[in-house]
Design a protein around this ligand. Structure first.
Ligand code: ATP
Ligand code: MG
Length: 269
């Protein structure tokens, strides 16, 4: 689809893209709540949980919280989980820690990770934080073992706080008996809900303002249509809002209406 809508509406950049800078992230109540719990988990060296529907803003909220950790004080590790084995997980961890030794032994890999973390904490005086995004994808056997990388000095030193973010079935996976050692370390949970109509309005205005347009481009029925069509979820709202802007520009209308949103809705899932 063509990009004429940007010049038509005087937008300096794509207003509803995914590459939002940390300083531009909208500080919603839920986002601030995630950060508060993230900081608490980090201080305690425990495990925290962030859940929510697809596109509700989990990764953005975690990125926001992680982005506020000062690099002189923190070593932040971010992993996008997969449905692979625990060995796969350890490989990802080692790569994030810039350790390029490989092994086929779980024990050796786990030891390498723990040694590096201990060095970071004791020698470099850094606090380490591990974020595992898409954790709902992980196999049950990974949940059953993951707590072992958080155990230092006979489980007496909380050197590796961990935030698990993922879809709602993450809670189901943590409810299994085999996941209990990990689940029992959880001290804080955030669940991102669908946003309200008012909050959606604030969100759309905020994203337009970042792209250089300070006035509203969506009439009230268009806003309602975006809110309903997206189920209050940001990613879907982004797609609807962008598609509706394109449709409005194509019909030479300076305000987006509900019909434009309906047209946009035919293009997305
Ligand atoms: N607080 C926010 N401020 C600005 N934009 C946001 C915010 N939260 C979410 N978004 C927008 O919504 C999009 C979807 O958010 P995000 O990727 O964080 O959702 P998610 O819950 O992690 O989705 P998934 O379940 O697919 O992993 C982001 O690309 C971003 O554009
Ligand atoms: Mg995500």
């Amino acid at each position: 689809m063509n990009e004429n809508y940007r010049s038509f509406f005087g937008l300096k950049k794509e207003p509803f893209g995914t590459d939002i800078a940390i300083k531009d992230i909208l500080q919603t109540e839920q986002l601030v709540d995630v950060k508060t719990r993230f900081d608490y988990v980090t201080r305690l060296g425990a495990v925290g949980l962030v859940t929510g529907e697809v596109g509700s803003g989990k990764s953005t909220a975690v990125r926001y919280a992680q982005g506020h950790l000062h690099p002189s004080e923190y070593k932040s590790i971010y992993i996008t989980a997969s449905s692979g084995s625990i060995m796969e997980f350890y490989r990802q961890m080692l790569s994030e820690l810039s350790i390029h030794r490989n092994s086929n032994s779980k024990t050796i890999m786990c030891r390498l990770i723990k040694k590096e973390i201990t060095d970071l904490v004791l020698d470099k005086k850094l606090k380490v934080v591990l974020v595992v995004d898409e954790a709902s994808l992980m196999r049950l056997e990974v949940f059953a073992e993951l707590h072992t990388i958080c155990q230092f000095e006979k489980d007496s030193k909380p050197y590796l706080p961990m935030i698990l973010a993922g879809q709602n079935n993450l809670v189901d996976k943590l409810s299994y008996r085999s996941s209990q050692p990990l689940a029992s370390r959880i001290v804080a949970r955030s669940h991102l809900q669908a946003t309200t109509l008012d909050a959606m309005n604030t969100y759309l205005e905020h994203r337009l303002a970042i792209a250089g347009v300070e006035h509203n481009l969506f009439d009230q029925p268009a806003l309602t249509a975006i809110h309903q069509g997206s189920g209050g979820l940001f990613r879907k709202a982004n797609h609807l809002a962008r598609g509706a802007l394109i449709a409005a520009a194509a019909s030479n209308k300076s305000m987006v209406n509900a019909e434009h949103v309906q047209l946009a809705a035919t293009e997305i899932f």
